[in-house]
Design a binder for this molecule. Sequence first.
Ligand code: GLY
Ligand code: MN
Length: 439
Amino acid sequence: MVFTPPTNFALFKQRRKQLVESLRNQNKDQHNIIMLIADFETDRHIFRQESSFYYLTGITEPAVILCIFPNGREILYIPQFGTKRSTWTPTMVESLNDASKVGVDEIRFLGEKTAGYSYSSVFTKEKYVHLIHDLANALQTHETTQVATLRDQSHGGLLWHIDLYNHFIAELPALAHQTIDCSTLIYEMRRIKDDYETDLIYKAVQITSMAHKTAATLIEPGTHEYEILAAVECVFTQVAAATPAFPSIIASGQNTTIIHYTQRNRQIKDDDLVVVDIGAEYGMYSADLTRTYPVSKQFTPRQREIYQKVLDTQLYIESLAKPGMFLKNARYPEKSLHHLAVTAFERQGLAQYFCHGLGHYLGLDVHDVGDLQQPLQPGEIFTLEPGVYIPAENIGIRIEDNYIMADDGIVCLSYELPKHPDEIENMMNLQESNNASPE
Ligand code: GLY
Ligand code: MN
């Protein structure tokens, strides 16, 4: 199941139309230019598009900018390279000679020809002179014209974006007071997944489940964490040419109590637990599944006791999760799944050992955009991942599944991956029974 990039850009165009309408509904007298800025290559070999740009365009090329002008005209601005880019790297840019193929009205160069085949956000006016010229004209047309772009300061990934835009402001001072941040509107849209997105996340979940089943059969005393890591990522590659959506967490013994442990160099010992927190990225969408395995293929009584409490908490929260509840909202603790999980752990005497959020939205980003304090709605996809970490006992246990919200409750997308303690032990013993020679 290798992902085929979309060739029909109508879906992305439709999303842009929705964004234009949402902006218009905010202020009908305003004339909006929406400016969508692609990410830049920070590495010469691998490029991953900024998630909101991808969501609204489907375009995987760095350094391009899409402007939607107040008359509805969509112009894609592309770099003008001095050297043939396709000699060096896979690229869409040289095939961007037919605007209709990517669902826009026109394609223009951002600015003058530059040296080389790559492009960074380090600003030189010549690189962007045509874009700035068009913007200046459009801003003059109506006094009420403003530029809507991503000015989200809440996560560091968009710093380059803000920096580049500040250079545009330096060249075109009117922009300073004619710019609005449209990140909230885009994030609201991204929270609800359509069928295309749900299908991709479900495939990412299936690939990740396969990797878990492989990991479960390889965990043995004497194995190193990195050997499990290699097996997991081999499955991602082998079954779907998928990549890890985040650095895989393979944590054994004391390391199970470090939530984002990524050294993976310890040798696994008898009676250890191993936390495997992994996720494949498929077609730009992520899964994020955690299971905790007993190395001796059987939980000790204490490990099983804690494991069962973590599982009971997750199942309890699953039964409560409905539209209108919150993932995490301190103002309404009785409707906040996170706070309800804390209360459940309190009853079990474990609240002090649960030290992270209960869950997060899942999508183009592993910790996807969306305000946790807004009520849950049908179509949202998220994780529930209670955990208990007791360093003094070398016990770290986390169970994480992925869910979609339906009209009356949640559907678990990762239902095929066992999580009850007996099932976990059976899954680990599968390899041994498969290998056993017939009597
Ligand atoms: N899977 C890692 C995390 O959710 O932070
Ligand atoms: Mn997670």
